[in-house]
Design a protein. Structure first.
Ligand code: MTE
Ligand code: MO
Length: 463
């Protein structure tokens, strides 16, 4: 039997790579077992990639029953832990232990913190993504919030107001449907060209929901919080993640920035921001801060890596020496290589489209996918090629076409067909938005060291 490092074990959190857990000094591959777990296949995912001891401390039925280890766990043993630390899970104070239960159908990149994609073959089955299939991108453990103690603070240079959820729910509400996409979606594809840093998302860090909440604009107007010094609205989450958005977006009557308390007709699930999250339609995922604690109207952008720092700045493609440039150097020594303050943080995202699946029916093959652009720019066309870009045809636009001008917050689904080809083909797609922006063919000139905003033509080989 092999020996595995803690580091290696921590990478095994998905059905694709195998789901591993450890107990004492042993490593187990539980991929095929999760469907049979009596406590639920989703619950067991919390322990993926690490020790099950902290969970068994809570659910004592496991350790009270020897046959669980002997008859169930041991047959799944694949090896031992290299440099086993027998005290690792003593008196554990695992900050992730109270994370919510999640669908085992998600494609997990990690569980602590949780980074998981909407499963590829489900994306275009639902124009509105069901809550349990939504992608999850957490930087920290999920805050455990007591709704009776929860308060939102909103302040401006002069005034300061506090709201409970009940008070917010009494204000006039609005519902909007938006697609949200992580800035790192499709990073894996940039990495095929040259190494980047961050989670290697495939195309599934994108989902759509109907949100209900109060327009932030209404509160700002009612409370008289605006003055002409204010340029940015900073939003801070209970987990410490913070970001800001321009005041122009918030005060635009068509901007639809919401303080949302419902997602697809339910209280927002804990993973997605319970009890309150800001929804900034058309902007990159990070601006949609979850578990909001503070909103500050300011003349400054938010501090921190997600706004002023390196995390969401589009570093040019010619700053590419990942081996010799420490990414922190760009940040810490602001004048060292480039001045990070001169690079605008990502707000609205560029035009995107992806192929989600290719299926055969009778004598045709059918490619399906989604297209979406930032800033509410609608999709006016999707081009599909079945021969790697030599010739093209127009896809049929399906759900999501014809959304209002500059308020097309949600994605548009599309479909294209050809006769069954004799040989293997490469299918690719590119979309055009209402500003006639389109996608670059290759990653080379949009590649960046952080792996953000990849929107090069998406390609899939068939069969
Ligand atoms: N407070 C807080 N807000 C957050 C994050 C976070 O870790 N903490 N992650 C951000 C990022 S990077 C993205 S892509 C979206 C993901 O939202 P989701 O997990 O609901 O899909 O939330 C954003 N808001
Ligand atoms: Mo993100």
């Amino acid at each position: 039997l092999k020996k595995y490092t803690y580091e290696e074990i921590s990478k095994h959190t998905s059905k694709e790579n195998g789901i591993w857990v450890t107990y004492k000094d042993s490593v187990f591959d539980i991929t095929d077992f999760i469907n049979n777990h009596p406590g639920g296949k989703d619950k067991i995912m919390l322990a993926a990639g690490k020790g099950i001891e902290p969970y068994w401390d809570i659910y004592k039925q496991h350790t009270n029953n020897e046959s669980i280890v002997n008859d169930i766990l041991n047959p799944m043993r694949i090896g031992f832990i290299k440099e086993y630390d027998k005290n690792k899970y003593n008196n554990v104070n695992d900050p992730y232990i109270k994370d919510p239960t999640r669908s085992s159908d998600l494609n997990y990149h990690s569980v602590t913190p949780c980074n998981a994609e909407t499963p590829l073959d489900e994306i275009t089955n639902n124009w509105i993504t069901p809550n349990d299939l939504w992608y999850i991108r957490n930087h920290n453990p999920v805050p455990n919030i007591d709704i009776n103690k929860y308060k939102l603070n909103i302040s401006s240079t002069s005034n300061d107001y506090i709201f409970t959820i009940d008070e917010l729910k009494k204000l006039k509400s609005k519902k909007i449907i938006t697609t949200m996409q992580c800035g790192g979606n499709r990073r894996n594809n940039l990495n095929d060209y040259k190494k980047t840093s961050g989670t290697l998302w495939n195309i599934g860090a994108i989902s759509t929901a109907e949100w209900k909440g109060v327009p932030l604009r209404d509160i700002i107007i009612q409370k008289g919080l605006l003055n002409d010094k204010i340029k940015h609205v900073q939003i801070e989450g209970i987990d410490g993640v913070k970001a800001s958005i321009p005041i122009e977006k918030v005060m635009n009557i068509y901007g639809d920035v919401l303080l949302a308390y419902e997602m697809n007709g339910e209280d927002i699930p804990r993973d997605h921001g319970y009890p309150l999250r800001i929804i900034v339609p058309g902007h990159v995922g990070i601006r949609n801060i979850k578990w909001i604690k503070n909103i500050i109207l300011s003349k400054e952008e938010a501090e921190g890596t997600w706004q002023k720092g390196i995390s969401y700045k589009g570093i040019p493609h010619y700053i590419d020496d990942v081996n010799n440039i420490n990414i922190d150097d760009i940040y810490l020594h602001r004048q060292y290589i480039i001045n990070i303050d001169d690079i605008a943080p990502i707000q609205e995202m560029p035009i995107q489209s992806c192929i989600t699946n290719i299926t055969k029916s009778h004598d045709e093959i059918i490619a399906k996918g989604f297209a979406w652009s930032g800033g509410g720019r609608g999709i006016i066309r999707v081009d599909v090629s079945f021969n790697d870009g030599k010739t093209w045809k127009m896809a049929n636009l399906k759900e999501g076409r014809g959304q209002p001008f500059n308020k097309a917050w949600a994605w548009t689904f599309w479909e294209a067909k050809i006769d069954i080809p004799k040989d293997k083909v490469t299918v690719c797609c590119k979309a055009i938005d209402s500003s006639y922006n389109t996608q670059p063919e290759k990653q080379e000139t949009t590649w960046n060291i952080r792996g953000l905003n990849n929107n090069s033509w998406h390609k899939i080989k068939y069969p």
